[in-house]
Design a protein around this ligand. Structure first.
Ligand code: B16
Ligand code: MG
Length: 217
């Protein structure tokens, strides 16, 4: 009974969501835009280009393509400086235990991230070897909540979407998993991730019984 477990990266496996926030917040304040943690929820799981559009909309700012390109580079450069020295200690609590359990039980493990920086993060945190397939921001044309990223993951494993289980910390990602007809598991606040099939505050709350029940349902 093999299942395909698809993991989002930022906010699920590693706490890089906080670095995205810091980098966007710096840019926003430079543009005179007040950018709050509530605004940031809407950016989670959303592509870099789309994130900038949302921030500019908050500030009612219209900008040339040239300026936008400059700001995208600035944001990513700052983000890269934060993740430059991350290591395995940044992996969120309980994640490695679940990855080990899934691997031991021969399930497919897939990465489904909107980030173009996913591969260096997997390398720096030393978890690349867990993944049977990687789909990231370099592979997809339609960002979450479009289900493309997760459907590509299922396809790479030759698996049916109904046989896939997605771990996600973002509203857009939960919507993408639901649209793909996959089981959606929210990691975070259940008020925020109301649309998920299940929600846990973090991976330390996911036990083996829960996983076995999912696999055998
Ligand atoms: P990058 P995920 C997403 O990654 C982040 O949640 C989102 O905040 C970010 O804007 C997006 O990746 C693009 O990231 O600028 O590195 O290409 O949560 O889908 O793993
Ligand atoms: Mg995420």
């Amino acid at each position: 009974n093999t299942k395909t477990f698809i993991f989002d990266l930022d906010g699920v496996i590693v706490d890089t969501a906080k670095y995205h926030f810091l980098a966007w917040q710096r840019l926003a304040s430079q543009l005179g835009i007040e950018f709050t943690p509530e605004h940031n929820e809407e950016l989670k799981g959303v592509s870099r280009v789309k994130s900038l559009e949302l921030i500019l909309a908050i500030g009612n700012i219209e900008a040339s393509q040239e300026d936008k390109n400059k700001w995208l580079i600035q944001k990513n450069t700052e983000y890269l400086s934060y993740i430059d020295d991350i290591d395995q200690s940044e992996i969120l609590p309980g994640v490695l235990f679940v990855l080990d359990y899934l691997k031991k039980n021969k399930h497919n493990i897939v990465l489904g991230s909107a980030s173009k920086n996913a591969r260096p993060i997997l390398e720096k945190t030393n978890i690349m070897h867990y993944f049977d397939a990687i789909v990231d921001g370099n592979d997809v044309t339609n960002a979450k909540p479009d289900p493309e990223v997760f459907l590509q993951g299922a396809k790479k494993m030759n698996d049916n979407p109904k046989n896939c289980i997605v771990f996600e910390d973002s509203v857009a990602g939960i919507q993408a998993a639901n649209i793909a007809n996959m089981i959606s598991i929210g990691i975070g606040d259940k008020e925020v991730l109301q649309e998920a099939n299940f929600v846990f505050p973090d991976f330390t709350h996911i036990d083996i019984n829960f996983i076995d029940n999912l696999v055998n349902r």
